[in-house]
Design a binder for this molecule. Structure first.
Ligand code: 2P0
Length: 341
C-alpha cells in the first residue's frame, strides 16, 4: 500500500475534481467481496473524454455528519453509505474527524446504462484525498474509488485501463492502472441512449447473481479471464475486427448470464436489439465498429474516427433511441479549480 503523508487537520481545504465515466470493454459483473467491491475477474475499460462528474468536497468542523448533493438532490441513503465508506477511509488515513459537505454534478444521464457512479466516486476519491491533505499515488486513489463503486477504480487512471481483480482479501492488489493513454487509438465512443431509469441497480444485479442465481455464473467468470487476455491482444494490434469479437462477445455473455438468473435480470428493450442489428449491418458494409451494453438498455458503439458520422446517423434513426451522445477516449480523474463545478 502507498504510505500517505497526513498533514495537520488545520490544512483541510475545499477541493474539486473531475472524473470521466468509463465503458468496460470486458466487464465487471461479479464480486468476491461485496463490502470492498473486489471483483471475481479483471476488467478493461475506456474513459470518456467529457462525460463524467464534477465533485466538490468542503470539510467543515461544524458538521455532525457528511452531507452530499448530487445534481442538486440529496443523495439517497444507499449512496450515502458508499460515500461514507470512502470518506471514513480518508479520515482514517489523515487522522481527521471532520465531516464534509459534498456536491456532485454529473454530465452523464444517471441510471441509463451509463456508469455515473464510476465517475462520481472517482471524482470523490481524488477531491476528498486532496481536501484532507493526503498525497496518494494512482493505485491508492483507484483503491479508494473502488470502495465506493467498483467501476470507479477504472475512472481514476483514465485512457484505456485495466482493473486487476487481485487476490488479497484486503484488496491491496485490486486497483486499476492505465494500459494506454487516451490518444493511443483515436476511437470514437457513441452512446445510443435508450429507456428510462433501470429497475435493478448494478450492485443489486450482482448481488442477485452472486447468490447462486445464475447457472452460467461460473462459465461467465471463466470467459472474463480469457477475454481480458484477448482484449489486450486486440488493443496491442489496434485491430477493430479482433476488438469487436471480444467486446461484443463479452457483453453478450454477461447478459446471457443475467437472463438465465432466477429471478431473471433483463435490461434490454426492443431498441437495444435494433441497435445491435444496425451495428452488425454497418460492419458488414465495411464500417469499423462494435457495440457493448452495460447494466441498462442503452448501447455504446465504438468506431474509428472516420466512421463516426455515418454510425451516429444510423443510430439516431432507430426507433427508441432517444439521443446519440458522441465522445472520444479521455484522460483520468484530476483536480480542477472551483470554476469546474
Ligand atoms: C462494468 N458494470 O464493468 C460493468 C458492466 C455494469 C455492467 O461496473 O456495486 O456500479 O458499485 O461496485 O461499479 C457497474 O457496477 O457496481 C459496472 P458496484 P458498479 O462497467
Amino acid at each position: 500500500m502507498n504510505s500517505p503523508t497526513p498533514r495537520p487537520s488545520t490544512e483541510l481545504r475545499r477541493a474539486s475534481a473531475f472524473a470521466p465515466s468509463n465503458i468496460a470493454l470486458t466487464k465487471y459483473w461479479g464480486k468476491r467481496d461485496s463490502t470492498l467491491n473486489l471483483p471475481l475477474a479483471s476488467s478493461i475499460s475506456v474513459a470518456l473524454a467529457d462525460l463524467g462528474s464534477y465533485t466538490v468536497v468542503q470539510p467543515a468542523a461544524d458538521l455532525d455528519s457528511d452531507v452530499m448533493l448530487v445534481d442538486d438532490q440529496d443523495l439517497d441513503p444507499a449512496g450515502m453509505v458508499k460515500v461514507r465508506r470512502v470518506l471514513d477511509e480518508i479520515r482514517k488515513l489523515s487522522n481527521s474527524q471532520v465531516f464534509s459537505g459534498l456536491r456532485s454534478v454529473n454530465t452523464v444521464p444517471a441510471a441509463r446504462g451509463l456508469a455515473s457512479s464510476a465517475s462520481a466516486f472517482a471524482a470523490l476519491a481524488v477531491a476528498a484525498a486532496h481536501a484532507y491533505g493526503l498525497e496518494l499515488d494512482g493505485p491508492a486513489l483507484s483503491r479508494l474509488a473502488r470502495t465506493g463503486s467498483g467501476s470507479a477504480s477504472r475512472s481514476v487512471p483514465g485512457g484505456i485501463a485495466i482493473w486487476h481483480a487481485g487476490q488479497q482479501p484486503d484488496g491491496a492488489d485490486s486497483y486499476a492502472e492505465q494500459l494506454y493513454p487516451a490518444d493511443y487509438w483515436p476511437l470514437r465512443v457513441l452512446v445510443a441512449r435508450i429507456g428510462g431509469r433501470k429497475k435493478i441497480s448494478s450492485t443489486e444485479g450482482m448481488r442477485l447473481q452472486g447468490g447462486g442465481g445464475s447457472p452460467y455464473q461460473h462459465a461467465w467468470i471463466e470467459q472474463c479471464h480469457r477475454d481480458v487476455a484477448l482484449c489486450q491482444e486486440a488493443l496491442a494490434l489496434r485491430s477493430m475486427r479482433r476488438l469487436a469479437e471480444v467486446v461484443e462477445g463479452n457483453a453478450l455473455a454477461m447478459h446471457a448470464s443475467m437472463l438465465a438468473n432466477r429471478p431473471p435480470i433483463i435490461y434490454w428493450q426492443p431498441a437495444t436489439l435494433a441497435v445491435i442489428d444496425a451495428v452488425r449491418q454497418l460492419r458488414a458494409e465495411g464500417c469499423d465498429c462494435c457495440f457493448t451494453i452495460d447494466a441498462g438498455a442503452s448501447v455504446v458503439v465504438l468506431c474509428e474516427a472516420q466512421d463516426a458520422r455515418v454510425v451516429a446517423q444510423s443510430l439516431a434513426e432507430i426507433e427508441g433511441v432517444e439521443e446519440v451522445l458522441q465522445t472520444r477516449v479521455g484522460p483520468g480523474a484530476r483536480l480542477v479549480d472551483s470554476r469546474g463545478e
